[in-house]
Design a protein around this ligand. Sequence first.
Ligand code: SAM
Length: 224
Amino acid sequence: MKIDAISVFPEMFDSLNHSLIGKAIDNQLIEFQALNPREFTTDVHKTVDDSPYGGGAGMVMKPEPLGQALDKLVDDRTVVIFPSPAGKLFDQATATKLSNKKHLVFVCGRYEGIDQRVIDYSATKAETLELSIGDYVINGGEMASVVMIEAISRLIPGVIGNSESLVEESHQDGLVEYPSYTKPASWNGLDVPEVLLSGNHAEIAKWRRQQQVERTEKNRPDLI
Ligand code: SAM
């Protein structure tokens, strides 16, 4: 999969060069590049923002540099993603759908956000989504993109060494995952549940399912 990001802080994507996604980039399962829209400015200050029409606090990202960056990267097989707290909630189902695409472009907002015409323009060129990572506001689209890129990339075959570990994860079947334990069997007076030491696979599966339901009811009743 090819992934591009358009960002005034391309160095914020350096974290993708580590761990499993870093390996996937090294192994050419994923090709990642970040493009700075300041490259498409013509003034001496490389200006990418301006004051909002209609007044109000903060600055808005100008359409011309972002539009030119999109022109350079996007074709009709691309999915363009605008991270935004005003977007649809990004979830595991969306990550799964996007993991099957050939090319994703993330357009990172800063300041008060992006001139709406950039999003409208993108929609004339390719499938375009506005996606939120949660009901809170962060300072820019970079970290939101990194979160989505990691969630999407780990679903690409070959990125996670043991693909079975994806099957029983939280949100894969609408519930959160059961609690996990490792050695030692007793630690600080806290014991691993007996059933996990029993070797009885049917009982373990039954216990884990029950834990999934209980944990989801407790932590995420909205999913039930
Ligand atoms: N004024 C905007 C609003 O109220 O909807 C918030 C702008 S925010 C300070 C700047 C940028 O951060 C956004 O354009 C977006 O790219 C990113 N961002 C902030 N919160 C986000 C979230 N929850 N999910 C995805 N992106 C987010």
